[in-house]
Design a protein around this ligand. Structure first.
Ligand SMILES: CSCC[C@H](NC(C)=O)C(=O)N[C@@H](C)C(=O)N[C@@H](CO)C(=O)O
Length: 692
């Protein structure tokens, strides 16, 4: 494989990169963020195309916090680098499956190892390996001690025995997995026979003198009893002194059910006890306070047939396990909490009115306050001296980039930092629209208008329905990018119908267990509202969506013929068969009920029951490695459409999962969608994408 390209391409020669799918695929994509302990260095992960343009490679870049120099690339290898963490000595730890230059012959199936890039630059060196690969690194903020996650074979006491077991299975040609608990798959991976364990690494050895042997790093299994299906793969946090670790543990909950609890573990002995174990809730996203005496976490109440989940933050005393609600009465769903530098406040993120905003709440109780006005934030980092916050910020009209925020101020517009992913411009404008549902409820929407849309040249309209369904259109998306459509002259409507996040619990309740009702009528109300605009051509419209959005695209196809085309990606068609085969049936079954004993919701809301009503041409898209919405949904939908003679096409990806994640396939995805829209919305001849 060749080296990845250095300078990312930000514009195509012919104009907007959104008008040219190859240029669009070449735009740099900024991901994770890591701040050093002294608050002086910031690393980001940036994905760019490799030389062959067949893969996106992730590399680590450093951002100048003074904003004087452009971001600087730190790492460079074909397999790429991810999960950056700064060690207290200023070195940068990361995981990578790059070859070890000192290890002789390259491994046949290289696994990610832990690497360290010295503080003063120079060559990165491998620090530790495991036969199952290193998937995650956690660092104690004060002591600098390290814990890693790696998948271990059942019964293998050490790395040597683990490697031996893997070798024997390989030599015998055995790939079979025996399961004794639900589930058996997650996302696009088979669970087992290896399962994630946590290993204590402790202090990392200092860089050896030139020519000296590297001292071996011993791994101590902190979770020897971790069992499939989840093992010790949940989120975790280390106390600043490295003495304690709190991890999310997935435990059985009724037949074929799971729930998450918090477990406290002494790192010196491996002794563990439940810290928060609530039979009526999932606990997640734990983070230690700066003095290690408390943990903040998210509590998600178990949904029921009648009631959706609700989220709140808990402040947990580590010594006693006493938990106190931090956001009672806050009618939004808090996520990703973190203590302020002095421990007196907690920052968190929440969907709010078409934004994903940053909030702050006093740690000893009080009202949460929203700190940011616009945009969607992620990867929040708190400078340990309390001087600043850093995060990635995006919006529907801006891809993610690093920013600095004031730790106290409200109503903030953060300072942008040098961003290798800055765009030169967009092929249109973004507007905020409020439609009104039949019951008077406001429905928030974003509307993308192409540059040329006007009363004289009204634009065709594409309704794009988000997934989840408990989500919100509020951040940039490379997978669902409306600007690619805008560059071809389409207006794109992005509504947040009932069930969406950021409008309060009652807004979720409106659609709970009744997906074909308020969520559908809210979408139609939004389309009705924008079709009134002179710059929209109401006679040329289409609807599309992925995942839950694909469910809704299918539902729309069965309920109305007002659209000229439907595009349905990774969609739910027969909800009973979906729930029985997805990787997390327990997530859905509470809302929908047992299909044999409580069939009503399935009868009323499963699109496949109304297949005879479909009149609109449908483009079906699905990946075979999709274990979230398994391929059986698309196979049955395709059969049902073909049997009924509905004009339809099926774009099938044998190697993609729920999302289309490789550059070639992603371009073909957009190309096929655009061809299908051109055929049915504009009445043009079908243009089969060249590579299909
Ligand atoms: C809160 S969003 C994810 C909800 C849901 N989770 C589980 C465990 O099933 C989920 O994955 N829903 C999919 C059907 C879906 O609509 N996914 C969307 C949103 O993530 C997608 O774009 O993939």
């Amino acid at each position: 494989m060749s080296e990845p390209s250095d300078a990312p391409t930000t514009a195509s020669p012919s104009g907007s990169p959104f008008a040219d799918l190859a240029a669009f695929a070449a735009l740099p994509r900024v991901g994770g963020l890591a701040l050093s302990a002294d608050g002086r260095r910031l690393a980001i992960a940036v994905q760019t195309l490799d030389h062959e343009k067949t893969a996106w490679q992730s590399a680590l870049w450093e951002v100048d916090l003074e904003g004087r120099r452009p971001a600087r690339r730190l790492t460079r290898s074909a397999p790429g680098e991810s999960s950056p963490v700064w060690a207290p000595d200023g070195s940068l730890l990361f995981t990578s499956a790059r070859p070890d230059p000192g290890a002789g012959e390259a491994a046949e199936d290289p696994k990610p190892a832990l690497w360290s890039l010295p503080a003063d630059g120079g060559e990165a060196r491998p620090v530790l390996t495991h036969p199952g690969g290193i998937s995650r690194v956690a660092l104690a903020a004060d002591s600098g001690e390290v814990v890693v996650t790696a998948s271990a074979m059942p019964g293998a006491g050490d790395a040597e025995a683990d490697a031996e077991r893997r070798k024997r299975r390989k030599e015998a040609g055995v790939t079979a997995i025996l399961h004794e608990a639900y589930p058996v798959r997650y996302w696009d991976s088979d669970l087992g026979p290896a399962t994630p364990h946590l290993f204590w690494v402790g202090e990392l050895p200092a860089e050896p003198d030139a020519g000296a042997e590297r001292p071996p790093v011993e791994l101590r299994d902190l979770t020897p009893d971790a069992v499939p299906p989840s093992g010790a793969g949940g989120d975790l946090t280390l106390s600043p002194d490295g003495r304690l670790l709190v991890r999310v543990e997935s435990v059985p909950d009724g037949p074929a059910g799971r729930r998450d609890r918090l477990v406290l573990l002494e790192t010196a002995t491996g002794e563990a006890r439940a810290l928060v174990d609530d039979p009526l809730a999932d606990l997640g996203a734990p983070r230690f306070s700066p003095d290690g005496s408390a943990v903040v976490c998210v509590r998600e109440s178990m949904s029921t047939h009648d009631e959706p989940p609700d989220y709140t933050l808990l402040h947990v005393d580590v010594a006693t396990g006493a938990a106190r609600e931090l956001t009672p009465g806050f009618d939004r769903w808090p996520s990703a909490p973190q203590f302020s530098a002095d421990g007196t406040a907690v920052y968190f993120l929440a969907d709010d009115d078409g934004r994903h905003a940053l909030f702050r709440v006093p740690a000893d109780g009080g009202e949460p306050v929203r700190m940011t006005t616009d945009g969607a934030y992620s990867d929040l980092q708190v400078a340990r001296d309390g001087s600043a916050l850093y995060a990635l910020r995006s919006a529907y009209d801006e891809p993610p980039g690093p920013v600095r925020l004031d730790p106290e101020a409200t109503g903030q517009h953060p300072d942008p930092l040098p961003n290798p992913g800055t765009l030169a411009g967009l092929p249109g404008t973004l507007q905020e629209v409020e439609a009104t549902a039949a019951d008077g409820t406001p429905v928030h929407c974003w509307l993308v208008l192409p540059e040329e849309a006007s009363a004289e040249r009204p634009a065709p309209l594409v309704l794009w329905v988000h997934g989840g369904p408990l989500m919100s259109w509020n951040s940039w998306s490379w997978r669902w990018c409306p600007w690619v459509l805008a560059a071809r002259g389409y207006a794109v409507l992005l509504p947040d119908p009932a069930l969406s996040q950021g409008y309060g619990q009652d807004f979720v309740r409106r659609g709970w267990g009744a997906w074909g009702e308020a969520p559908y009528t809210d979408l139609m109300a939004a389309v009705d509202a924008v079709e009134q605009r002179p710059e929209i051509d109401e006679s040329r419209t289409a609807a599309m969506g992925g995942s839950f959005g694909g469910y809704m695209a299918n539902w729309i196809a069965t309920q109305t013929d007002r659209f000229r085309a439907i595009v349905t990606h990774a969609s739910l068609w027969d909800v009973d068969s979906f729930i029985g085969t997805t990787d997390a049936a327990y997530y859905w079954e509470k809302e929908w009920g047992d299909p044999l004993r409580q069939p009503k919701r399935y009868e009323q809301n499963s699109p496949h029951r109304y297949a005879d009503a479909i009149r609109t041409p449908v483009l079906v898209i699905h990946g075979d490695r999709d274990y979230r919405v398994p391929i059986g949904e698309a196979l049955r939908l395709w059969y049902d459409l073909q049997k009924r003679g509905v004009p339809s096409r099926f774009l099938y990806f044998p190697n993609e999962n729920h999302w289309v994640l490789t550059p070639g396939n992603a371009q073909v995805w957009y190309e096929t969608v655009l061809s299908f829209l051109a055929e049915h919305v504009h009445g043009q001849d079908w243009q089969r994408p060249e590579l299909l």
